[in-house]
Write a protein that binds this ligand. Structure first.
Ligand code: ADP
Length: 946
């Protein structure tokens, strides 16, 4: 290697930049230490390797390389070198072609410089540019500042000018103000002067007017004086005249005087008589007055003075009639006196000057002089104030009495019409309730009835749940409707109670059971306290009892949110016939305020006004409960404390019985056999009800026909016979009452008729019976009840022929076990009493049997029934087989049945035959018993006497 070459090599190796020589194919021919450093690849590997692979973007580098070859060089292309340890180095890439001596390209020399230095250079450039820019800006600001300074100087100059102008303007203003004030002062002085002058003017005007008045007055006075003067002159002339006249009169008077003296002597004699009369007149209590023909008073007595309150002087010569309240009438009366000569007892009223009135009877007659000339009238006015007062009072009393009578009559008329209205309203209310009940209950019954029917079919559990809910809601609604109707029935005094045997405990438990879910839902405890000593079967009205307890328990549940509800039944007293029970429902609920305890049993009363909003209800429940308890002879009471709870308890008595209860109120009916060919006619207009009845009766295994109304039923009955008729009451065309009466009276059929009714307010059992119905059953139809009633009628009316005949046949095969002496001994306890009993039996029974026989022969059904009735209990007493009791009962039923037809005329051969068959059994057993008893009596007599 030459020395110069060595120097180049050292330089190349010392370079911090990557230096590489690359041939035309891109392979590295030569490289330096920096290349090894940047790539992490040793020289041997680098040499001959593809140059481009040492960059992150080899393809781009290859393109630039091609560019170098094409254009001889490129500079400052940014690329990134890739080190084998993964680090990157940003570089600026310069490339130059190198050629051989002939100028042929051999490849390129590449220099890659780390980019940090370049950045710095760029920053420097940028900093220089910024500096230059800032410098430029500064110069601009300096220019702007100098312009601004000039502007400021100009403005200052302007300001000074304005200030000077302002000061001049101010001076001018001050001057003008001064002037204004001066003018104002001058004006005020001028005004004062003017006011003063006006005052003066007015004063002068006033003075002038006063002067004028004075002048006018003086003129007036002058005229007056002139007039007075003239009058005075006339007067003077007149007085002179008068003086002359007086003189003339004086002469005459003297003459007169002489004459009067003569007269005086005459008068003195007359006066004596007159004085006596005068005394009488003055003493009179009645006003006495004499009146001249002109009507002027000429004389009067003291009574007149007193009654008028006027002095004699005033009265004298005054018009008498002015002292009456009705002067015109008074005048007429005394004119009458003049005309007729006298007037008697004319009623008038005198008035005292103070206003006091005196009723008088005016009597008057004329008086005449010796020549018969009328001189005047003498009047006596009798004071009748007291009489008049009494008369008036009497009259008033009479009027008042008449008025009172009138008022009383009016009031009576009103009361009668009010009563009528009230009665009409009550009737209308009952009618309305009756109609509504029909309208509401018909569809309701269908809903409940069909729900029951569907419940009996095969359905899923869910469906059962829903249907049960429908049924419960329907039941609740019916209960509500019944409540309202019950109340109406109570109002109308039509509430009736049944007396049937029922199982009390089963009834109570079943009902309380209804509330179990509700009680559980509310987390309440239910406690039953049932006295075990209570007999199982009692006689009473179980439906009403249900209703009472239902109301009380549902209230207890409703008004209780925590704690327990206790339903208790306790036996208070019992004797041979009856028990007295106390039922109680106790809760731990909200309680009732003491003040309200008295009224909660009234209709529509709730303990607080908010009760209905919070708990619902109508306030009817307790009113009904009370009306169900009290008519049965019971009492109901309540004890309660607000916030602690309430106890409702009622006491009822029930008769005891040995009878068995027909059936429990289970859901399934046990159908009896032997009633296969039963045919029933249903008379019912509503299709829903028809369908319901059809479903029920088919379930019972009965055949049925339907008639849409009474009329159709009658047609059907002419051709077909039925075992039972179920008869709706309210139907179009012909109702149930009419139809029944026709069946009994025209068709003369005895078929049992059971009324079906939804209308409990008008269901009058009496009315049903009166037209000849045998029983009634109310809707919603209880299927069990319907079945048991049908069966009972079939049996009672002897329709159970097959069963009866079967029974007799059975009896005939059995040996007759007649009197049961063990039993007889047990109940009589000792021989003496037993003997007594037997004797009684022997005395009565054979006679009764004879009576029965005779009655049957005579078809005297009343006697037969009665005798059979008497014989029935003796079978039990003697311990005779109870089958005979049943036979006797059958005879009794047949007799009763015949009795209800027309006097046995229609008794069929068949019935008679059956009666005799049954009777012969009774006759036989009674004869046998008598025989056995006679034997026993003999034996007993021996032991007793022995
Ligand atoms: P209703 O419950 O339909 O309102 P009721 O006649 O059954 O009507 O009851 C009348 C009122 O007596 C109720 O509204 C309630 O205020 C009160 N009451 C009845 N029972 C109870 C009870 N067990 N606890 C508290 N309050 C009761």
């Amino acid at each position: 290697m030459k020395e110069s070459e060595k120097r180049y090599r050292r330089l190349i190796e010392a370079s911090h930049d990557l230096l590489v020589t690359v041939n035309l194919q891109g392979n590295i021919i030569d490289t330096n230490e920096a290349a090894v450093k940047f790539t992490g690849v040793d020289r041997e590997t680098l040499t001959g390797s593809d140059f481009f692979v040492y960059f992150t973007e080899p393809d781009l580098v290859r393109e630039v390389f091609e560019e170098v070859l094409a254009h001889e060089s490129v500079t400052n292309v940014p690329f990134t070198l890739l080190h084998t340890n993964g680090t990157h180095t940003d570089v600026l890439f310069d490339g130059y072609v190198y050629k051989d001596d002939l100028g042929t390209s051999l490849g390129a020399v590449i220099v890659a410089r780390e980019i940090a230095e370049k950045k710095w250079a760029t920053e420097l450039g940028l900093a220089n540019k910024e500096l230059a820019f800032q410098h430029h800006e500064k110069e601009k600001r300096a220019n702007e500042l100098s312009i601004a300074n000039e502007e400021l100087a100009f403005q200052n100059h302007e300001k000074e000018k304005r200030a000077q102008e302002l000061s001049v303007a101010n001076e001018e203003l001050a001057f003008q103000n001064d002037e204004k004030e001066k003018r104002a002062q001058e004006l005020s002085v001028a005004n004062q002067e003017l006011a003063f002058q006006n005052d003066e003017k007015e004063k002068r005007a006033q003075e002038l007017s006063v002067a004028n008045k004075e002048l006018a007055f003086q003129n007036n006075e002058k005229e007056k004086r002139a007039q007075e003067l003239s009058i005075a002159n006339i007067e003077l002339a007149f007085q002179n005249d008068e003086k002359e006249k007086r003189a003339a009169e004086l002469v005459i008077a003297n003459k007169e005087l002489a004459f009067q003296n003569d007269e005086k002597v005459k008068r003195a004699a007359e006066l004596r008589i007159a004085n006596y009369a005068r005394g009488l007149i003055e003493a009179s209590r009645d006003p006495l007055v004499t009146i001249s023909p002109e009507g002027k008073i000429t004389d009067m007595n003291q009574a007149t003075v007193k009654i008028t309150g006027m002095s004699r002087e005033q009265l004298l010569d005054s018009d008498f009639f002015t002292y009456f309240t009705e002067p015109q009438m008074a005048r007429e009366v005394y004119q009458e006196v003049f005309a007729k000569g006298a007037v008697a007892d004319s009623p008038l009223t005198l008035r005292h000057k103070d206003g006091k009135l005196t009723d008088v009877l005016f009597n008057g007659s004329v008086y005449k002089n010796d020549q018969g000339e009328v001189l005047g009238v003498v009047i006596v006015a009798r004071d009748v104030t007291d009489q008049k007062r009494i008369a008036t009072e009497l009259n008033e009393a009479k009027i008042a009495a008449e008025l009172a009578t009138e008022l009383a009559e009016e009031a009576q008329a009103k009361a009668e019409s009010a009563t009528q209205i009230a009665e009409d309203a009550v009737k209308a209310k009952q009618q309305f309730l009756s109609n509504m009940s029909h309208e509401i209950r018909t569809p309701m019954n269908a809903i409940i009835g069909f729900t029951k029917v569907v419940l009996k079919t095969e359905i899923t559990e869910k469906q059962r749940e829903y249907l049960t809910a429908i049924k419960l809601s329907g039941d609740a609604l019916i209960v509500l409707i019944n409540d309202i109707l019950d109340l109406a029935k109570v109002d109308a005094g039509k509430m009736t109670f049944e007396q049937i045997p029922f199982k009390l405990s089963a009834s109570i438990f079943a009902m309380v059971h209804l509330f179990e879910t509700k009680i559980q839902e509310r987390n309440l405890e239910l406690v039953m306290e049932y006295d075990p000593k209570i007999p199982e079967v009692l006689v009473g009205d179980p439906v009403r009892l249900h209703q009472i307890i239902l109301n009380l328990v549902s209230n207890a549940v409703k008004f209780t949110t925590e704690g327990k509800i206790t339903v208790g039944v306790r036996m208070l007293v019992q004797d041979a016939e009856k028990v007295i029970l106390e039922f109680s429902v106790t809760d731990t609920g909200i309680g009732i305020a003491a003040a309200k305890l008295g009224s909660i049993f009234d209709d529509f009363q709730q303990a607080t006004s908010g009760t209905s909003r919070l708990y619902g209800g109508t306030g009817l429940g307790l009113a009904i409960v009370k009306n169900l308890v009290e008519p049965q002879g019971g009492t109901i009471s309540v004890k309660s404390k607000l916030g602690e709870g309430s106890t409702f308890s009622f006491i009822l008595s029930f008769n005891k019985t040995l009878e068995k209860v027909d059936s429990d109120l289970g859901l399934d009916i046990e159908l009896e056999t032997g009633f296969k060919d039963v045919k029933i006619l249903v008379v019912e207009d509503i299709a829903l009800n028809q369908l319901l009845m059809k479903t029920l009766l088919e379930d019972f295994g009965f055949a049925m026909d339907v008639a849409d109304n009474g009329k159709i039923a009658l047609e059907m009955l002419k051709d077909t016979s039925y075992d039972i008729i179920l008869m709706d009451l309210q139907m179009p065309e012909m109702n149930g009452f009419e139809a029944t009466s026709y069946i009994r009276n025209e068709l003369k059929l005895q078929v049992p008729i059971i009324a079906l009714t939804a209308d409990v307010t008008t269901v009058d059992v009496e009315k049903c019976k009166a037209v000849g119905m045998n029983d009634y059953i109310s809707k919603p139809i209880d299927d069990k009840l319907l079945y048991s009633k049908i069966i009972r009628f079939l049996k009672d009316a002897g329709y159970d022929k097959k069963a009866a005949v079967q029974k007799i046949e059975d009896l005939q095969t059995k040996p007759l076990t007649c009197v049961n002496f063990d039993y007889l001994k047990r109940i009589t306890k000792n021989d003496t009493r037993m003997a007594e009993m037997i004797r009684l039996y022997l005395q009565e029974i054979p006679a009764l049997v004879q009576t029965m026989k005779k009655a049957m022969a005579e078809k005297d059904w009343g006697t037969l029934k009665h005798a059979t009735h008497s014989i029935i209990p003796t079978f039990a007493t003697m311990g005779i087989n109870p089958e005979f009791e049943d036979i006797a009962k059958a005879i009794q039923a047949l007799a009763a049945n015949q009795l209800s037809t027309e006097d046995g005329q229609g008794t069929s051969e068949e019935t008679m035959a059956m009666l005799y068959t049954l009777f012969s059994k009774i006759e036989t057993v009674c004869a046998l018993a008598a025989e056995e008893l006679e034997g026993k009596l003999v034996a007993l007599s021996a032991t007793i006497t022995g």
